[in-house]
Design a protein around this ligand. Structure first.
Ligand code: HEM
Length: 439
């Protein structure tokens, strides 16, 4: 074990873990949401207790809000900027980090990742990536996504012999990683490796990681970074038609191009965000439809309901439960002063259950007229760049799955991933044809 790595864990996660555990024991609800396993399984009653405080509740390390209007305002306001994990550490911890050094490769939420920078850097990165990530390009991918879905469903055929299969490992995780690998032009044959590395990238979003998960996450991020550097070198020598080849060659209007660390951070974010979230949307959708057979039947009768059903899954069981912003200057939210430097956690999963925006918010309803008002993709300048892709993938993935296996049924309890920011399943045993067992 490297002493440097252990020291880095202590100052970046270990101390925060101690503080969160203490805060949780003292009854802080947001801290409990981050460390208490019971809250992870079902955070929604805890959001309701946080809702009693308007506009802000005391968070584990900051302010927190589950109100739709407050979250939207924070995410859209120029008074707030991104949270950089290193900035939130006490001065003494930052001094230690300066001596021992940070990771050489940037993670998904470290600069220069688009998610972790404010304008003008953010504007530059986003403009460059948007140029090669257009809505038209996504629409053109629908047919190819359906082919990928059908191939994966063919491979799930074991279930047709009456054996349980894991829907996450065999379908929900493979579909998005295959599609994003094709878009980015990275080898699809490496998708199992990407899924493995991606778990580390997903864990790195959480605060106060235990040592073992931190170690794994750091190793995975380093491995991904190394792999991308080699890949960029290959693309420079031999460019293809894919998005990464275009990004490597792209020069913006001011003659600038992405530096190597910027390229690596952008590729990591696109790849990681491309599959670590959509797997949750597909899994959460299947779970809700298992729980609501009447709505599943309505979708079978009228497939044009799928787009709104996907919006409702995003609202009801949001794959990204929280993000946060830091006040750039002294400001106020609905009369409550927020000082420069203070952090507001926007609990997206809670805002999506706000009764002032959504009538009977705890009811899953694929017919809900305003389902798409959810903030599952955030709001403002960091609004998810892959939202159209994610929704298209989920519509195709869920539609094809239930059409192909009308008898699809759970074969035991599904298991939730251990992550807090991301919410989804890492295992879901199913029978693709319940009749095969009965006979
Ligand atoms: C169900 C699937 C997805 C969900 C729920 C989701 C959610 C989000 C959220 C909440 C943010 C903003 C975080 C913040 O405001 O701090 C975000 C940003 C982002 N997402 Fe997604 N995402 C999904 C799928 C995707 C996909 C498929 C891609 C594909 C490339 C993608 C790429 C990105 C990028 C690049 C950003 C950063 C945008 C920026 O900072 O300007 N996402 N996503």
């Amino acid at each position: 074990m490297s002493a440097r790595l252990m020291a880095r864990w202590s100052v970046t996660h270990g101390l925060i873990r101690l503080a969160l555990n203490r805060s949780a024991r003292q009854g802080n609800l947001d801290a409990r949401l981050m460390v208490d396993p019971a809250c992870q399984a079902d955070p929604f009653p805890h959001y309701e207790r946080l809702r009693e405080r308007y506009p802000l509740a005391k968070g584990g390390m900051s302010w927190a809000s589950v109100h739709h209007d407050v979250c939207t305002e924070v995410l859209r306001s120029d008074d707030f900027g991104v949270v950089r994990p290193d900035q939130e550490l006490p001065a003494s911890a930052r001094a230690v980090l300066k001596v021992i050094g940070t990771r050489t490769s940037a993670g998904v939420i470290d600069p220069p990742s688009m998610l972790a920078v404010d304008p003008p850097d953010h504007t530059r990165y986003r403009k460059l990536v948007s140029r090669v990530f257009t809505a038209r390009a996504v629409a053109a991918l629908r047919e190819r996504t359906a082919v990928v879905a059908d191939e994966l469903l063919d491979q799930l055929a074991g279930g047709e012999r009456g054996e349980p299969v894991d829907l996450v490992a065999g379908y929900a995780s493979l579909l998005p990683v295959t599609v994003i690998s094709e878009i980015l032009g990275v080898p699809v044959s490496m998708r199992d490796q990407f899924l493995h590395w991606g778990d580390g990238a997903a864990a790195s979003l959480d605060l106060g990681l235990p040592w073992s998960r931190f170690q794994r996450s750091e190793a995975d991020l380093d491995a991904l970074h190394e792999w991308f550097l080699g890949h960029f070198a290959r693309l420079r020598a031999n460019p293809g038609q894919d998005i990464l080849s275009q990004l490597v060659a792209l020069v913006d209007e001011d003659g600038g191009r992405l530096s190597e660390p910027e390229l690596s951070a952008t590729a990591l974010l696109l790849l990681g965000a491309g599959f670590e979230t959509t797997v949750n949307l597909i899994g959460n959708g299947v779970a809700q439809l298992f729980a609501h057979p009447d709505q599943r039947a309505a979708l079978a009768d009228d497939p044009s309901l799928w787009p709104n059903a996907v919006e409702e899954v995003l609202r009801f069981d949001s794959p990204v439960q929280r993000t946060a912003r830091r006040a750039k200057r002294d400001t106020e939210l609905h009369g409550v002063p927020v000082q420069a430097g203070q952090v507001v956690v926007t609990l997206l999963g809670g805002a999506n259950r706000d009764p002032r925006t959504f009538e009977r918010p705890d009811r899953f309803d694929i017919h809900r007229a305003n389902a798409r008002e959810h903030v599952a993709f955030s709001s403002g300048i960091h609004y998810c760049l892959g939202a159209a892709l994610a929704k298209m993938e989920a519509e195709v993935a869920l539609g094809r799955l239930f059409e192909r296996f009308p008898q699809l049924t759970p074969a035991g309890p599904a298991h939730r991933r251990p992550t807090r920011v991301l919410r989804g399943y890492d295992a879901m045993p199913v029978l693709t044809d319940a009749r095969a067992v009965a006979h």
